[in-house]
Design a protein around this ligand. Structure first.
Ligand SMILES: Cc1cc2nc3c(=O)[nH]c(=O)nc-3n(C[C@H](O)[C@H](O)[C@H](O)COP(=O)(O)OP(=O)(O)OC[C@H]3O[C@@H](n4cnc5c(N)ncnc54)[C@H](O)[C@@H]3O)c2cc1C
Ligand code: FES
Length: 241
C-alpha cells in the first residue's frame, strides 16, 4: 500500500451519474482488480474505487455518484490534488485466464475489467466481454473495449440496446475461464449460469480499506476473509453459494 498525492487532470461525466477521473503522478505497478481508497474533504472514511486503467503514471477511475463521497468527488476540478491509498487488494489472477477468457461486468463493475482486458490482450489472449446495464443511457466504455480488440456484447435490462436481459443472456460459447465484477445478484446469477471456473470481484462496503477493522469480512469455504485484504477478488470455488 502506498499513500500518494495525485493531481486531477480530468473529471468528466460519461453518463448522467457516472464520471471518469484521471490523475497524474501515480507511482504505478498496480494489478488489474486492485483498488484505491480516496480521501475526501470532511469525510472520515475513504471511498474505495477500482483501478480502471493505469498508463504512464496516469490512473483512471470511473465512479458512480451514489452519495456524499462520490458527489464530493464529482465536484473536484483539474489541478486539484487527491490523497489516495493505492495498490490495495489482491487483484485478478491473470495466470488462470487460459487462451480465451471471458470478462463479465455489470454497471460500475465494468471499470476494473478494462485494465484487466488490456493486460490480457498484451499477453496474447483472445478476450470476450459482456457488459450489462439497465438501459442504453447508462452504457459506458463499450467503444473502449471494442477499440482494445475485445469481442464485446452489451445487454440492457429494458432492451433499449444490445441483447435484452442480463449478462447471463449473452454469454458467448468457447470460454473456459471468467472474470466478473458487478452487483451481488449479477455475480450469483453468473455463478449458476457459467459451468466453468472463474473469479469474482466484490464491491462490499468498507471501513479502513487495508485490513485493520474487519468491517468487510465475508465467509468463504476457507473461513472468514477480509474483502479489502484477501479480496476483493475471490475464486468461484471459494464462495459459499
Ligand atoms: C473494492 C471496491 C471497489 C469499488 N470500485 C468502484 C468503482 O470502480 N466505481 C464505483 O462507482 N464504485 C466502486 N465501489 C463502490 C464505491 O466505493 C461506493 O459507491 C462509494 O464508496 C459510495 O460512497 P458515497 O459516499 O458516495 O456513498 P454513501 O453515502 O457512503 O452511500 C450511498 C448509498 O450507496 C450505498 N453504498 C455505499 N457503498 C457501497 C458499496 N460498496 N456497495 C454497495 N452499496 C454501497 C449505501 O448503502 C447508500 O445507499 C467500489 C467498492 C469497493 C469496496
Ligand atoms: S475495510 Fe477494514 S478490514 Fe476491510
Amino acid at each position: 500500500m502506498n499513500r500518494e498525492l495525485l493531481t486531477i487532470t480530468e473529471n468528466e461525466p460519461l453518463t448522467a451519474s457516472v464520471f471518469r477521473m484521471r490523475l497524474s503522478g501515480c507511482a504505478g505497478g498496480y494489478l488489474p482488480g486492485q483498488f484505491v481508497n480516496v480521501a475526501l474533504p470532511g469525510l472520515y472514511l475513504r471511498r474505495p474505487i477500482s483501478v480502471c486503467d493505469l498508463a504512464d503514471g496516469t490512473l483512471t477511475l470511473i465512479y458512480k455518484v451514489v452519495g456524499r463521497g462520490s458527489e464530493l468527488m464529482s465536484r473536484l476540478r483539474p489541478g486539484e490534488k487527491l490523497d489516495v491509498l493505492t495498490g490495495l487488494g489482491n487483484g485478478y489472477d491473470l495466470a488462470a485466464a487460459g487462451d480465451a477468457p471471458l470478462l463479465v461486468g455489470g454497471g460500475v463493475g465494468v471499470p476494473p475489467l478494462y485494465y484487466l482486458a488490456k493486460e490480457l490482450i498484451k499477453q496474447g489472449k483472445t478476450v470476450s466481454v459482456v457488459l450489462g446495464f439497465n438501459t442504453k443511457d447508462e452504457i459506458f466504455y463499450e467503444d473502449e473495449f471494442r477499440a482494445l480488440g475485445c469481442q464485446t456484447a452489451v445487454t440492457t435490462a429494458d432492451g433499449s440496446r444490445g441483447v435484452k436481459g442480463f449478462v447471463t443472456d449473452a454469454l458467448p460459447g468457447g470460454a473456459s475461464y471468467y472474470y466478473a465484477c458487478g452487483p451481488l445478484p449479477m455475480l450469483k446469477a453468473l455463478y449458476r449460469a457459467a459451468p466453468f471456473p472463474g473469479e469474482m470481484s466484490f464491491e462490499e462496503r468498507m471501513g479502513c480499506g487495508f485490513g485493520a477493522c474487519m468491517g468487510c469480512s465475508m465467509m468463504t469455504k476457507s473461513g472468514a476473509k477480509r474483502v479489502c485484504r484477501e479480496g476483493p477478488v475471490f475464486k468461484k470455488e471459494e464462495l459459499l453459494w
